[in-house]
Design a binder for this molecule. Structure first.
Ligand code: NIG
Ligand code: FE
Length: 407
């Protein structure tokens, strides 16, 4: 046992540890937490020399790391239910975007919302994520597309992390779509990003990373490269929405810049997978968007496996392609739609998701010295977490060693 005083002792937990092939479940044991860290892990009952402030009997529940949702657009106003209806009548996501709907319609609503309203609407989604076991979330801007509105969105994301028991990592996604005032002048908008928006966001400490949307309805590889160069100049890591609707070789471009992740990847080719493997860039898979857009072009899971690219799984929570806050449902979809194994899916929302945010040294596994972000689940085996369709098996959620009610 460690010498530090124990703030919380969880007894009778069955700790889950996954590698790429499978998840192992340890026999009933204990986890001791000191401050916000895991101070001891052991089998059976602990023999304690130190006083224990608080104690919980897990009664055989499975214990996993707190879930990490490493790709969301959670801060936005309004919804796009009308476009959902249009798509049900045959309109495509691209045609709606080209007609001035899509991302730009959420931009209008997000610009109009004052900061408190944006906070309140986003907080509802954040609390829902937390109810489903999420302890760390990445939140992108990208529905502001002007200096003021991008900074407003990032400030809201930061305040959410201050107000709720969850870690928020922010990404500046100014290169998400062309704002209407720059119609026909995409390169001028890229100038605006690299000369004003990105430097300001960096100077104010509002962005932990920089993201982009490299696609036919987004930005070209050359434009994306300029954004990445500016990110590098400001010391910010990059990530990219890559190969979602077409193959622009965005994943290889992201890898060239040592990207934390390349995300979506339905149209990734082998050269892209090899480049990602070499750079240690995580593949973030977003089955909610694949499902919601009724995509039929599967991401090349076998290629990713063959080249040893770490795979993460995320909600992509956004109003246009993935209006969900249910990360455990994404486990089921990743297995059912993409044929991930339940172990791969669970790694995708824990260790590999931590890696996609650059947090692997402190988060994503239940290990001595790591941050005590933990979940207890009322299931008998890890595969049951991916097996249930939008199940409600979460019994308890601990953030920085503190249990918070699942309200
Ligand atoms: O991750 N592909 C670009 N961005 C989002 C969708 C944004 C929207 O439609 O509002 C995505 O799918
Ligand atoms: Fe996205």
């Amino acid at each position: 046992m460690s010498a530090a005083p124990i703030d919380l002792l969880i007894r009778n937990a069955r700790v889950v540890a996954c590698d790429d092939a499978s998840c192992a479940v340890a026999p009933r044991g204990f986890i001791a937490i000191a401050g916000d860290r895991i101070a001891a892990i052991g089998a059976g009952d602990p023999t304690l020399g130190e006083p224990v402030r608080d104690e919980i009997d897990a009664d055989g529940a499975l214990l996993t790391p707190g879930l990490i949702d490493c790709h969301t657009h959670l801060v936005y106003a309004g919804n796009r239910a009308r476009e959902f209806e249009m798509r049900l009548q045959g309109a495509s996501y691209e045609s709606i975007a080209r007609a001035g709907g899509g991302i730009v319609s959420t931009v209008r609503q997000t610009r109009e919302a004052d900061e408190d309203t944006l906070f309140a609407e986003s907080a509802v989604r954040l609390q829902s994520l937390m109810r489903h076991g999420v302890t760390t979330v990445e939140i992108k801007s990208g529905y502001g597309l002007s200096l003021e509105a991008e900074l407003k969105s990032l400030r809201v994301a930061r305040s959410l992390g201050e107000r709720f028991p969850i870690d928020v990592r922010t990404s500046l996604l100014a290169a998400h779509a062309l704002p209407p005032e720059f119609a026909g002048r995409p390169d001028d908008y890229i100038d605006e990003i690299v000369q004003r928006i990105l430097p300001q966001a960096a100077r104010l400490g509002l962005a932990d990373a920089v993201d982009g949307f490299c696609d036919t309805i987004g930005f070209t590889p050359a434009q994306t490269r300029r954004v990445f160069e500016a990110a590098r100049a400001h010391g910010l890591p990059v990530k990219l929405h890559a190969e979602q609707l077409s193959n622009q070789h965005g994943a290889a471009l992201a890898a060239e810049f040592g990207a934390l992740s390349a995300d979506h990847l339905e149209h990734l080719d082998e050269d892209g997978a090899i480049a990602m493997a070499r750079a240690g860039t995580v593949a973030v898979l977003l089955p909610g968007a694949y499902y919601f857009l009724r995509d039929s072009h599967l991401p090349p899971i076998e290629l990713l496996r063959r080249h040893g690219v770490a795979m993460a799984v995320s909600t992509d929570c956004n109003p246009g392609t993935s209006p969900t806050t249910h990360l455990p449902l994404m486990l089921n979809m990743a297995c059912t739609l993409f044929r991930l194994t339940p172990a791969e899916a669970l790694l995708g929302v824990t260790r590999h998701a931590a890696q996609a945010l650059g947090l692997q040294a402190t988060h994503g596994t239940v290990e001595l010295g790591k941050v005590a972000d933990l979940c207890l689940w009322d299931v008998d085996q890890p595969a049951a977490l991916a097996y249930e369709i939008a199940g409600g098996a979460l019994r308890a959620r601990f953030k920085n060693g503190v249990q918070h009610p699942l309200q």
